[in-house]
Design a protein around this ligand. Sequence first.
Ligand SMILES: NC(=O)c1ccc[n+]([C@@H]2O[C@H](COP(=O)([O-])OP(=O)(O)OC[C@H]3O[C@@H](n4cnc5c(N)ncnc54)[C@H](O)[C@@H]3O)[C@@H](O)[C@H]2O)c1
Length: 353
Amino acid sequence: MAKQDAPKKKLRVGLIGAGGIAGTHTDNYKKFEDVEVVAACDVSEAGLQRFKDKYAIPNTFKTWQEMLKNVEVDAVSVCTPNYLHYQPTVDALNAGVHVLCEKPLAMNATEGAKMLAAAKKNKKHLVIGFQHRFEGRTQVLRKAVLDGFFGKILYVRVQAMRRRGIPNWGVFGRKDLQGGGPLIDIGVHALEMAHFTIGSPEPVAASGQTWTYLGNKPSDIASNWRNWDWKTYTVEDLAVGMIRMKTGAIIHLESSFAAHIEKDLWTFQIMGEKGGASWDSASLYHDDAGLMLNSQPGFVPKVEIFPYKMRHFVDVCLYGRKCEAPAEHGLMVQKMLDGIYASAASGREVKIK
Ligand SMILES: NC(=O)c1ccc[n+]([C@@H]2O[C@H](COP(=O)([O-])OP(=O)(O)OC[C@H]3O[C@@H](n4cnc5c(N)ncnc54)[C@H](O)[C@@H]3O)[C@@H](O)[C@H]2O)c1
């Protein structure tokens, strides 16, 4: 349905979790004329009060159960730590509410599959909060993939590497509450955009390793985020994984909160039979005229990815726009992450079902 033909109804939105990313969601919701932010909940009384004051939220609650029971919402953003993606999402879907769930989809694929089933049962949208697929460079490379530029895609090398970037807020160092470290927190972003770019092929097996050697000790090294809670740090500092796709392609993923490297890396490279590409420089490589050529697109769309992500969710809910970040993609990515962690624990390649 075109936007101008749509009913003049506003989307009534609630926030589950009122921390950092909930602020980014709300900053954008507040800019949309067809959205009303009607409620928020958070276990932190002080955090919730700050959020309420900053965004003038009319209804606030300590729990999402109270919020869903007492306020009529059409959609929610689930912005809680990873261990609280599953339950609020399922509860909201069962209450007949659309959900934008922050990344990763859940703690593991078992939870993720139940979330998808709840969306299907209730005929509600479940959108995964992946935004890097909307980036201009991702769009350019996706177009090249669709146009057959690479020929058969063989190998994709993905890097989400911080030299020293252990979050010193939230619960990002707690395996029990997050499911893992850099792999599930930032590797997930780079992996989703690379996997989306090559057409979201089905993953069939994974192998990998994880290491913890720095985050679980005190440190006085100068870096951006210091004084993280090293005493409760139970996640990996560095993870490496290799995932086999049904197509025969391999995705190789490196992710770190702390690693002895020259500089942070945030990119992926595609290598195919006919061509290759680097995401960070939006460069394309192929042979022509007897030469190895490096080329650059003359136009790369400039996309503000968070506003795009939030507008996209609203359009999916209100106007039936085709979803560009379906929960199914979130589940595939989750299975790859689970596979790498399972392989690291068992010391061998594991099948992905
Ligand atoms: N897409 C992105 O780029 C992006 C960026 C940052 C974070 N995230 C994701 O968003 C989620 C939250 O991250 P954050 O950086 O906002 O963390 P945060 O710690 O700033 O916020 C989490 C909030 O959830 C609240 N909370 C905890 N338990 C709760 C409960 N039972 N009920 C209600 N609220 C509860 C906390 O009090 C806190 O305010 C994580 O899953 C993270 O992976 C995504």
